[in-house]
Each structure stands twice: as structure tokens, then as C-alpha cells.
Ligand binder design. Structure first.
Ligand code: HEC
Length: 378
């Protein structure tokens, strides 16, 4: 038979009020090693037992900060040092974009590691044995009674504890002994052997990953799909002297349908040489009206009289029914819309060439309606 070692003395109470009173008297009496067991959480127990706040929160803080700073460091290293790419004209170290990920990693590490710490360090998992397990005491406190368990220390012997429990009015006072299992148990998680095992796994996994992604995939036959006689975006190339695979467009290259405007700063020439390519049919006039109403009418007014809807926030333009503009050719007006004129901005990015010509067709309709001749009325 194994030798048994004393763990402590236990006693039972019938109501939550009794157990609170017992807990506060026990802590006042100077017992350090005692615990209380109840079928459900009893409010006020922490202060009755004079418990200090748990140290678990410090672990959460450390792991949370580890998450914050490892996220920041990883993003800083990848986007500012290892592979700087300009994205949306933002700086390489673009802090606001990092905040969500820093937050996520903080919460992730804090939450997961708090649970892992709680289980492995505080609860000593995988050790799941405890002297109180399988006792009548534990059966009672997990059903309908309230119990207290006091361990002897240098100031209190087990006899004193039993007398004290009796003075508190506890019932079913018993001694509890250790099992062999609990005495011999050492936490395997902190054993050097186990830690070495973890380190070995880390080394093997990262080594195998490095080997397969950086070496194996470049060996025959795994490289068959990869190694092709072509240059992929951002690849370097020994063929060109500058070492880049991607080439700059040849100087003077014009993107399709983006012919440069030929009459920059030459309004008179534009008026002379540019001809409206569009026919004044229903389709083009409808397009012109649509674009005029959207892009021109806010300043020029729906009928071109210069009655802006901007309530003086932008200077009113002159009327387009003036002698001058009526005598302008379509090309001359096209120049104004394309290049802008004084404070009127250019509309070359909002309107395609065709849309600008169609707008001018509609502008002509407005002019004619304001200066109708006899013949127009027939
Ligand atoms: C933001 C307000 C604004 C918008 C929108 C605008 N214009 Fe103008 N436009 C002006 C102003 C102001 C002038 C007078 C510029 C100056 O001082 O020479 C002007 C001048 C003109 C002139 C020359 C008039 C002259 O007597 O010299 C034409 C033609 C013209 N605009 C056509 C258009 C057309 C077509 C559109 C639509 C594509 C348009 N504008 C959109 C403000 C605007």
C-alpha cells in the first residue's frame, strides 16, 4: 500500500451565507492556503476570501502587446524594407492601414494565449488529478452544499484546523490525503525535454518549408510549369542592359484612342482647322443635351444665358449667345472645352472627344433657338 500524505481538512455548510461567513473568518484567522467550493459562483466570495486580482491579466497584456508589435514589425519590414511598392501614392510606412491588422493580431494573441496560459500554467494541464477529486466532499459541493478546504501550514496543524472548522459550525469534517499520482506529477510542459521537442518541431517544419519552396520547386521535374521562356511582370531579365524584364514605352507612344490634342495654346488654329465630325442627328443631339445639362449647365445655365446655379460661389460665365461665340467655329468652341479658358476648367478628362463635339452641336441648337430667323419658324 502506498504511503498517504495529508493534504488538508474540509468541512461543509448548508447555505451561501454560512460559507461567506466561514470564508471571511478563515482569512481573518490568518490561514493562507485555503479554498472554497460551491455548486455555483457565490457573489462577494472574492472579497470574503481576501483574494488578490489574478495574475493572468499580466500574461494577456504581454501577449497582446507581442501581437501588436509583431504585426507592426512584419508590415513595416515587408512593405518598407523587403519589397517596397508604391500603392495609391501612399508612403511605404502607411500607418493608418496597419491599424486594423495590429488590432486583430493583438486580440488574437491575447485571447488564444490567455486560454493556453490558463490551462497549461495555472491549471497545470495535462495533469488533471487533484486530492479533492473522487471524495464525498467534492460530490457534496458539486451538488447542493458549500464547502471549505484548509491546508495546514507552519502556523496551523491539522488538529487546529479541525477544531477551527468545528468552531465555524461546519459539518462532515474530514481529512483529505494526496494520491501518489499528484505527488509524483511534474508539469511536462515546462520539462526541458518537451521544450526541446517543440523547438525541434519548429526547426524541422521551417526547414522543410524553406527547402520545398526555395529549392525543391526549382528542381526537375517540379519546375516544369515554372520555367518557361517568357518574362513575367516584375521579373528581372539578363537580356536588357538595365536588368529589368518590364520595359518603358517607347518615347512618344500614344495609347489607343488617346491622341494628344494638337492645338495646345493655339485657339485660332483650332478654330480654323478643327471640324465637327458629328452629324446633327437626333442621337448626337440627345447625347449633347445630356452632357451639356450635366457638365455645362451648372455654370452656364440650362439655356446658356450665364445664369449659374452656383449662387455666386463661382463667377458667372458670359452668355454663349453673344455675337462673338455665335460667330466662333465649332473648332474654336472645342478648344475652350478641351483646354479651358481663364477660370473655366478643361473638360477633356470628363468628356470624350465625341461627347465634346456632341455638346457643341447642342450648344448650337441653344444659340439658334435664341436668335431664330423668320425661316426657322416656318
Ligand atoms: C465651373 C463653371 C463652368 C462650367 C462647368 C463650364 N464653364 Fe464654360 N465658362 C465658364 C466661365 C467662368 C467662362 C468665362 C471664362 C473667361 O473668363 O474667359 C466660360 C467660358 C466659356 C466659353 C467662352 C465664352 C466666351 O464668351 O468667351 C464657352 C464656349 C464655354 N464656356 C463653353 C462651355 C461648355 C461647352 C461647357 C460644358 C462642357 C462649359 N463651358 C462648362 C465657366 C464654366
Amino acid at each position: 500500500m502506498n504511503k498517504k500524505y495529508l493534504y488538508g481538512g474540509v468541512g461543509l455548510f448548508d447555505s451561501p451565507d454560512d460559507i461567506i461567513k466561514a470564508a471571511s473568518e478563515t482569512s481573518e484567522k490568518g490561514f493562507k492556503k485555503f479554498d472554497v467550493h460551491t455548486p455555483y459562483p457565490v457573489h462577494g466570495m472574492d472579497s470574503a476570501m481576501k483574494l488578490k486580482p489574478s495574475k493572468l491579466a499580466y500574461f494577456s497584456l504581454v501577449f497582446g502587446l507581442t501581437g501588436t508589435f509583431s504585426a507592426l514589425a512584419l508590415m513595416y519590414w515587408t512593405s518598407s524594407i523587403d519589397y517596397p511598392v508604391i500603392i495609391g501614392g501612399k508612403p511605404f510606412f502607411s500607418f493608418p492601414a496597419y491599424v486594423p491588422i495590429m488590432f486583430e493580431l493583438t486580440v488574437l494573441l491575447a485571447a488564444v494565449m490567455t486560454v493556453v496560459t490558463l490551462i497549461s500554467i495555472f491549471f497545470k494541464f495535462p495533469n488533471i488529478s487533484h486530492p479533492l477529486h473522487d471524495t464525498q466532499y467534492m460530490k457534496a459541493v458539486s451538488s447542493d452544499r458549500y464547502g471549505i478546504c484548509i491546508e495546514p501550514d507552519e502556523n496551523h496543524t491539522i488538529e487546529e484546523i479541525e477544531l477551527f472548522l468545528k468552531s465555524l459550525g461546519a459539518k462532515d469534517i474530514t481529512k483529505i490525503y494526496y494520491d501518489d499520482e499528484e505527488l509524483k506529477y511534474k508539469n511536462v510542459i515546462l520539462q526541458p525535454k518537451f521544450l526541446l521537442f517543440l523547438a525541434l518541431i519548429a526547426v524541422i517544419v521551417s526547414g522543410a518549408t524553406y527547402f520545398s519552396l526555395n529549392k525543391l520547386m526549382f528542381m526537375q521535374p517540379f519546375n516544369w510549369m515554372r520555367e518557361q521562356a517568357k518574362v513575367i511582370p516584375q521579373e528581372s531579365s539578363a537580356f536588357f542592359t538595365d536588368g529589368f524584364g518590364m520595359r518603358m514605352p517607347v518615347e512618344g507612344t500614344v495609347a489607343r484612342e488617346n491622341l494628344p490634342y494638337l492645338f495646345k495654346n493655339q485657339p485660332e488654329e483650332a478654330g480654323k482647322f478643327l471640324i465637327n465630325p458629328l452629324e446633327a442627328n437626333e442621337e448626337n443631339l440627345n447625347l449633347g443635351k445630356k452632357k451639356y445639362d450635366i457638365y455645362c449647365s451648372p455654370c452656364h445655365g440650362y439655356f446658356g444665358e450665364g445664369d449659374s446655379r452656383l449662387r455666386g460661389q463661382f463667377p458667372n460665365p458670359p452668355s454663349i449667345h453673344s455675337e462673338k461665340v455665335r460667330n466662333w467655329s465649332d473648332g474654336r468652341i472645342f478648344h475652350v472645352v478641351t483646354e479651358g479658358q481663364n477660370i473655366m476648367p478643361s473638360y477633356s478628362t470628363q468628356l470624350t472627344n465625341n461627347e465634346r463635339w456632341a455638346t457643341i452641336l447642342y450648344l448650337r441648337v441653344l444659340q439658334r433657338s435664341f436668335n431664330a430667323k423668320e425661316s426657322d419658324l416656318r
